[in-house]
Every structure is written in structure tokens, then in C-alpha cells.
Design a protein around this ligand. Structure first.
Ligand code: MOS
Length: 745
């Protein structure tokens, strides 16, 4: 029974790790400085397709301070060169193995690793390496390669192929009075968290490794190192205590981890490898995608048919897959649906998860399409969405655990002032500017994954919460402290949270918006276990007033274990500890997906996004002047960190809508704008008013805490809301992201 008197869960507590971060005292992966450490630097390929003919290392090897240079010709032994070993989160295909052979499959592929006594020596020597290549014609243009697409054969773990068709989508489409059919293009987006990919590998005399890695899961990196190099778990400990953003880029181990461990083991020295900003562009990205949506409705605006086909880029060596089209089968009521998904293999590095992977992409097309159709039918775009509200997940024929989307539409539109909108495009102005209002729906899975946590209650009522969970900037430290504090009637400053260490209780990577629900539930469960132990001890005291109590009947308030029905009856925790002669009580708790619930229910978070744009008619400059996002995500543990998650998602959504674009020179297959000067992410001047509303939603099925997760929903639908607002402002439909000036008029 949670303690209803504490002011912990549900309160806007500032991040407990905030002061460390803003004062520079939170060390990131590259900010560890073991004694006698070597520095590594990667020399990357300058072609996108072909093979290495010859590598000339003479100048580089003679450079002062260089210790060793590794290429595919002299790389040391590692288990995975000759085995079929794959990491836990590997995709169908062959995981990228840097320096494996002479094949070049993408621009920026690592070709050599220079290890030197200083960073400068490693970097300068890497520039002296001369490689001659035999080039082949690269394929990097999704708009061309879409024609050579193929259906993914192997199922990626956790991602099922699209649901089978229902009804007769093509027939219903043809028979309907109102219809649209359009192609939507997303250029690739590149991950640019503040913190670069880095590993500091500390080599110990006994051959064990302590690694500070930029990752979303310390145990995932640990498993990777152990698997690739055939090391026992006890010999490898990975820390990721502070992570400077990741958004999915850190889910899979990156090649800097492999290369730095390889060198450390070979040279028996500590090694650090931090990739450059430029190299970040070669690593992982939201894949370029071409989508076609055909959608039809009757004269009342009820959807009669949806056909959604997507082709996404993948690499030459792995089938990266994400859920792009499924959303179109469950977001609105429709009996005739056909969803298809294919891949196009190109000379790019394997794409990866990027905030709301698949949904950000697929819902963009879906939400533009339904908007286009609403104008065809002649009804308000918000009304169109409300008319097609669905109470069931028709893909899986299941009930939703909860769906407060009506509240999102209502509260969002009120706060935004949607009713002030003139329906006709190009009908609203503000001086020089055309003004447009756009709306979209957002949807994302609410998941629970495997997580464990340990809770230690000390006799002085201070608490230690520990788990191998990660905080990628999302606020994990803070909410775990809140959940721990709530369980013992204390405040968060009495709680120490120890996470980001592979030696702590087993926890999945931080991703999928599942951490609050999963690690949170594990902390709650461990806290209850501690209380149960405390109660058991209290019951051994003479004339214990709690003799007959069950743990569910008890709570801890003001340092006393009390009978919840009457908190006068109880025993002081200090007395219990004294009675049994202990200084602390420690228990573990676990969380896991609830199979029974999943059989009958679907669980999603929802949002309604409202966007106002100003478009300068002469220059085409687009400004997003106002955004209102109303989110239904179950229980909100901390409105402050929760709001920050939505703000981050919205800002990334604005980047997706208007700015972010990985530009290839398709003749060479090379990425041209691999820096933050030419790849624009939203800056302060691009971000104006954003209002976040959390709509009340009670969900007792998704997770033990009633939490649905917030990390990704903020971005879903944002690009569509901007596109729809631009159409409303200008009368022009832009179906190609990012919507840069040249595409608007
Ligand atoms: Mo998220 S894209 O699962 O970090």
C-alpha cells in the first residue's frame, strides 16, 4: 500500500543528478583517466563501396608516440572472426566487425586503428595512413533503391512482421467516394547526442577490464565484450553512470568499444577511444524511408480503406527493421487495411533505433494522409480524427488497457485555441506571414521489460537503491529515488541511487520508453520485500502490535512501521533494527512483462499535437511559433522530468520536420554534411512556445506503478502536425522531410 501522506511520487522534483551534471562533476565515458593510458584514433574509409587494395602505414608507424596500428591484415584474435557469435540485440544478418576484411560497405567504415601515447599523436598519425581502394558503384539513394526492395525474411527479435490484411482494402478504396494516395519521403536522420561515442578501457594486472562506455545498457556492452573476446563475466565490468544523451543510438554496442577492448587486450594497457563528431554520422541513423499511403472515406468522413506500404533503407550486412506501418492498422477505426513493409539494401551503415523508431516515420505518413483526406471530405482535420476514434486494437483484436486520447484532443485543442482556426487553407495571416494550424495524433507502445533492483534500508532510515539501469538523461536517477522514498515515507534526499554499473541487479537496456515502468516496478517490489522483512522482525518483538498484520496492511510513516488502517498502531523502525541487531535490511525485486495481460490487452500511450506555423510568403521561411502537446501516458511520476521528456521529443520532432537531413553525394555514396554546422539540429532560435499537458489517465494493467512511459511519445506525429500546419498556411502539401524552404513554394 503506497504511503499517501508522502509528497514524493507525482511531485516535480528536480533531477537529483542535476547539480553534478551542470558543475562538470559527472564524468562521462571519455572523462576517465587511468594511469598509463593509451589513446586510439580511427582511420575511416573514403569510399562507400569496394575493397581495400593496399594500406601504406610507413609514415604513420614512424610518427612519434605511435605504439601500434591495426588493420584487417594484423588484427589480433577475437572469438567472432571465425564464429557465428551475435550479441543479444543483433539483427538478422552479420553484425559489423570492424577490420574483419578488405570489403568496404559504407562511407566512413573503420579501416585502421592507431594507438599512441597521446590523443594528438594517434590523430595525426591516422591522417598519414594511405589507403588505395578498388571502387564499386555505391547505392545510397532510397528513392532509387526502393525499386530493388525486398521483404525482410527473418523476424527481428521483438518486431513481428506487419499484421495480415483485413477486409478488402483495395476494393474498398476503389469503391469509396473520397480518397487520397500519396508518397511520403523521409531523408535519413543522424544521431547527434551531446556525448560522443567513447570507451575508456582500464586494463588491470590480472587481465580484467573496467570499461566506461557510452551505452544505454552497461550489461549489454558487458555481454558484447565477453562474447566477442570470449571473456568470463567476472573479468569485465562496464559502467555507464552518466550518459550525455543517446535516444536509441546507444542501444547496440558501437565499434569504438570493440576496437578499444581489442587494443587493450593486445597491448595489455588501458586504452581510450572517443569517436569524432564526424564519425557519429557513420554509425547509426534513422533510416531514409519511402512510404505510400492510400486512404479512403465515406461522405461522413469514416475511413473505409487504408493501404500503407513502406520501404526503409538498411545496410549491406544486416536487416534493420522497425515498426513503420502497423500504426495505420490501430490508430483509427477501419475495416479494410493492408500494411506492407520492405527493405532496401544500400551502402550505408546499419540504421538503428532513433527516438520512437518506426512510429516517428510511419505516423508521419499516416497523419499527413488523414489530414489530406479530411480536406477532400470537407471536414475539420481534428473532427476527422475524432470521428474515426477506435476503442479496440484492430490489428490484434484486443482491448486497450486505457486510452484517454479523447481527453488529449479536448484539452489540447482548448489550450491551443483550435476553434479560432478558419478551415480554408491560406486564409489566416499575420502581417507578412501566412499562418497555419495543424494537428496530429501520436501513438507509442507502453511496455514493461525485465528489470531487477536492490533496495537497502539502513537503521537511520536512509535508503540505497541499486540496479544496472541507465539514465540517458531521462531522469531515471530521480524517479527511482522517488519510488524508493515513497515506499518508506522518506524524502528523496535520504535516498542514494546507484545505477549504470553492470555488476548491479540485471536490467534491460534503457529504451522503448520502458525504464520508468520496469525499473520503477522493480524498486517498488524490492521496497515491499524490505518492508515484509521488517514486519517479520517486528513480529518477533514482545507484544508486537503488528503480530497479526500482513505486509499489505502496513506502511512506513515518520520512521514507524504502522498498521495502515490506524497509523497510531506501530513500531519504530529504529526499535526493530535494535531488536534484531541489524544495521540494514536489503532485498531484491523484479519486474517483467505480464504475459496474461498482454494476451488480452494492448497498451499504448497517446497524444494530440497542435502546431501553429508562420510562413513568410516571400522567403518561404517557416517558423513553428506555438506547440501544444496533450499526452495520455498513465501515471506521471514526476511532472518536471516528464515534461522535459516531452519537450525533448517535440524539439527532435521539429528537427525531423524542418531541418535534419543526412546528405549523400549519391555519385560517391559519401555523406557530405557530417558536422553540426551543416547538419542542422534545432537551436534555441528555432524553438518557441511549447506547452505540455498531461491528461489524466488511470491504467492498472500496463505496469504495477500505473506508468506507461514518456521517452518517445513527444516526437510521434510532430512532423505531421508541422506539415499539416504548413498546408493550412500555404495550401501546399509538402510530403518530403525535412520541409526545407525550397520545398514549400
Ligand atoms: Mo529508444 S529509440 O528505444 O532509446
Amino acid at each position: 500500500m503506497p504511503d499517501s501522506t508522502s509528497r514524493v511520487i507525482g511531485f516535480p522534483i528536480s533531477r537529483i543528478d542535476g547539480p553534478l551534471k551542470v558543475t562538470g562533476r559527472a564524468p562521462y565515458a571519455a572523462e576517465h583517466f587511468p594511469a598509463d593510458m593509451l589513446h586510439a584514433f580511427v582511420h575511416v574509409a573514403t569510399i562507400a563501396s569496394g575493397r581495400i587494395e593496399r594500406i601504406d602505414l610507413a609514415d604513420a608507424a614512424n610518427y612519434p608516440g605511435v605504439v601500434k596500428i591495426y588493420t584487417h591484415e594484423n588484427r589480433p584474435r577475437a572469438a567472432w572472426w571465425d564464429s557465428a557469435w551475435k550479441d543479444d540485440v543483433a539483427l538478422p544478418g552479420h553484425p559489423f566487425r570492424p577490420l574483419q576484411n578488405d570489403r568496404i560497405l559504407f562511407d566512413g567504415q573503420p579501416v585502421a586503428l592507431v594507438v599512441a601515447e597521446s590523443f594528438e599523436a594517434a590523430r595525426d598519425a591516422a591522417a598519414l595512413i594511405r589507403v588505395s581502394y578498388v571502387e564499386e558503384e555505391p547505392a545510397t539513394n532510397i528513392l532509387v533503391e526502393e525499386r530493388n526492395s525486398y521483404e525482410p525474411k527473418e523476424k527481428r527479435s521483438g518486431i513481428a512482421p506487419p499484421p495480415p490484411p483485413r477486409g478488402d482494402a483495395q476494393g474498398a478504396f476503389e469503391a469509396s467516394p473520397f480518397k487520397i494516395s500519396a508518397e511520403y519521403v523521409l531523408e535519413g536522420e543522424h544521431h547527434n547526442p551531446m556525448e560522443l561515442f567513447a570507451s575508456t578501457v582500464i586494463w588491470e594486472e590480472d587481465g580484467s577490464l573496467t570499461i566506461h562506455d557510452k551505452t544505454q545498457g552497461s550489461q549489454n556492452s558487458q555481454g558484447y565484450v565477453c562474447g566477442v573476446f570470449e571473456l568470463p563475466k567476472e573479468k569485465v565490468r562496464v559502467f555507464n553512470r552518466y550518459v550525455g544523451g543517446a535516444f536509441g543510438s546507444g542501444l547496440r554496442p558501437k565499434h569504438q568499444l570493440f576496437l578499444s577492448v581489442m587494443a587493450a587486450l593486445d597491448l595489455q594497457r588501458s586504452v581510450k577511444l572517443e569517436l569524432s563528431r564526424r564519425e557519429m554520422f557513420y554509425l547509426t541513423w534513422r533510416p531514409a524511408t519511402v512510404q505510400r499511403v492510400s486512404m479512403a472515406a465515406d461522405q461522413n468522413g469514416h475511413l473505409s480503406a487504408i493501404l500503407h506500404h513502406a520501404v526503409e533503407a538498411t545496410s549491406r550486412y544486416e536487416d534493420y527493421q522497425e515498426v513503420v506501418v502497423n500504426w495505420s492498422g490501430l490508430a483509427y477505426k477501419c475495416e479494410n487495411v493492408k500494411l506492407t513493409y520492405e527493405l532496401a539494401s544500400m551502402n550505408v551503415s546499419t540504421p538503428g533505433d532513433m527516438r520512437a523508431p518506426g512510429a516517428a516515420t510511419g505516423v508521419f505518413a499516416l497523419e499527413c494522409a488523414i489530414d489530406e483526406l479530411s480536406y477532400k471530405v470537407g471536414i475539420d482535420p481534428l473532427e476527422m480524427r475524432i470521428r474515426n476514434f477506435v476503442h479496440m486494437d484492430q490489428n490484434e483484436d484486443k482491448q486497450f488497457t486505457s486510452k484517454a486520447l479523447h481527453g488529449c484532443y479536448r484539452q489540447g485543442s482548448e489550450a491551443f485555441g483550435w476553434d479560432d482556426r478558419n478551415h480554408a487553407p491560406r486564409s489566416m495571416r499575420d502581417g507578412q506571414d501566412l499562418v497555419g494550424y495543424g494537428v496530429s495524433t501520436g501513438i507509442w507502445e507502453a511496455q514493461v521489460t525485465n528489470a531487477a533492483a536492490r533496495v537497502r534500508l539502513n537503521a537511520d532510515m536512509s535508503l540505497l537503491v541499486s540496479a544496472a539501469a541507465s539514465d540517458i538523461g531521462t531522469g531515471t536517477y530521480t524517479i527511482l529515488a522517488q519510488i524508493g522514498a515513497e515506499g518508506f515515507g522518506i524524502t528523496t534526499d535520504q535516498v542514494i541511487v546507484d545505477i549504470g554499473d553492470s555488476a548491479l541487479p540485471t536490467t534491460s537496456v534503457e529504451g522503448g520508453s520502458w525504464t520508468a515502468a520496469s525499473s520503477g516496478a522493480a524498486v517498488q517490489s524490492a521496497s515491499i520485500a524490505v518492508r515484509a522483512t521488517l514486519l517479520k522482525h517486528a513480529q518477533t518483538m514482545e507484544n508486537s502490535p503488528l503480530a497479526k498484520a500482513s505486509v499489505e496492511q502496513t506502511a512506513i510513516r515518520e520512521g514507524r512501521l504502522v498498521l495502515d488502517v490506524n497509523d497510531q498502531v506501530g513500531v519504530s523502525v529504529e526499535d526493530i533494527f535494535a531488536h534484531v541487531g541489524l544495521s540494514f535490511i536489503e532485498e531484491e525485486g523484479k519486474a517483467a512483462p505480464d504475459q496474461a495481460t498482454q494476451k488480452t490487452f494492448s497498451s499504448y500511450t497517446h497524444s494530440a499535437n497542435f502546431v501553429e506555423v508562420h510562413v513568410d510568403e516571400e522567403l518561404g521561411v517557416i517558423r513553428v511559433t506555438r506547440v501544444v502537446v496533450a499526452v495520455a501516458a498513465g501515471r506521471i511520476l514526476n511532472p518536471k522530468t516528464a515534461r522535459s521528456q516531452i519537450l525533448g521529443g517535440v524539439v527532435m520532432g521539429l528537427g525531423m520536420a524542418l531541418y535534419e537531413e543526412g546528405m549523400f553525394d549519391h555519385r560517391t555514396g559519401r555523406i557530405m554534411n557530417h558536422n553540426l554546422a551543416e547538419y542542422h539540429v534545432p537551436s534555441h532560435a528555432d524553438v518557441q512556445d511549447i506547452e505540455v499537458i498531461f491528461v489524466e489517465e488511470h491504467d492498472d494493467k500496463t505496469s504495477p506503478l500505473g506508468v506507461k512511459g514518456l521517452g518517445e511519445i513527444g516526437i510521434v506525429g510532430m512532423a505531421a502536425a508541422v506539415a499539416n500546419a504548413i498546408y493550412h498556411a500555404t495550401g501546399n502539401r509538402v510530403r518530403h522531410l525535412p520541409m526545407t524552404i525550397d520545398k514549400v513554394f
